[in-house]
Design a protein. Structure first.
Length: 247
């Protein structure tokens, strides 16, 4: 006589061991945290600030004439030679700059979204008391991002530059700033940059822990001096072209 056997209930699934659970990397944890995003913004902001200072000093060579300015532009393409091939340094710098801009912008956007979600209405009055530079940081970043695209099309690829001549950067700068829109776009972008640098430098110092009660005044002075120097330095070129001093 055969007896029917009861089907055995399925064994409960074994919870995954700690080793089986994918753990986020240190970089992932840093990126997800608010402090991490602020640190990324601070570091990339300081890297871009260093580039801006070097770029401004190079721009000022236009006041020494076409030979000096075009010679400086040609030298940039040979930096690192013979270890690096022609223009390799420029492309490395461009890739690093684009990476810094993207990381800076993404971190700023995500922090802005977190800030809006965490502060619905009770902080409205406090936020209204923020400085003009603080309140325009977001739009200043948008303006600078759009300007970066224009600047590349204007003086790197020469796509929108009137009377562009390849290999003649002095002539191309003069051709760009000789138009009201070329000089106007540049001036608006530089003014946005002034506000962005002034507040951004101060924010970076706070994030990286460089500020304290004794250094606050000195850091604010450095931020204001940097933004003023960059503004004067960058604006001097289009103003000189538009007034006929450089032609």
């Amino acid at each position: 006589m055969a007896f029917a056997t009861r089907p055995r209930p399925p064994k409960p699934a074994r919870p995954p061991a700690a080793a089986d659970v994918a753990r986020p990397s240190l970089v992932g944890l840093l990126w997800r945290s608010t402090v991490g995003k602020k640190t990324v913004m601070a570091v990339t902001g300081l890297a871009m600030l260093g580039y801006l200072v070097a770029h401004m000093l190079g721009n000022l060579k236009i006041f020494f004439g076409p030979e000096d300015f075009n010679g400086y532009a040609a030298w940039l393409r040979t930096i690192g030679s013979p270890l690096l091939h022609h223009e390799w340094f420029l492309w490395i710098a461009r890739v690093a700059l684009v990476a810094s801009v993207v990381l800076h912008a993404v971190a700023a956007y995500q922090l802005s979204r977190r800030d809006l979600a965490a502060r619905p209405t009770q902080y409205r009055r406090r936020r209204q008391r923020a400085s003009y530079a603080t309140r325009t940081m977001r739009w200043g970043g948008v303006i600078l991002g759009l300007f970066l695209v224009w600047h590349i099309l204007d003086l790197t690829t020469l796509t929108v530059n009137p009377n562009a001549v390849h290999g003649r950067p002095y002539e191309n700068v003069v051709a760009s700033f000789s138009t009201w829109y070329g000089g106007g776009i540049y001036i608006v972008a530089v003014l946005a940059l002034c506000l962005h640098v002034r507040h951004g430098f101060w924010s970076a110092a706070q994030t990286l822990g460089a500020n304290n009660a004794r250094r606050d005044k000195a850091l604010k002075t450095v931020a204001a001096t940097l933004s003023a120097a960059l503004t004067i330095g960058f604006l001097s070129v289009p103003v000189a072209v538009m007034t006929g001093w450089v032609s």
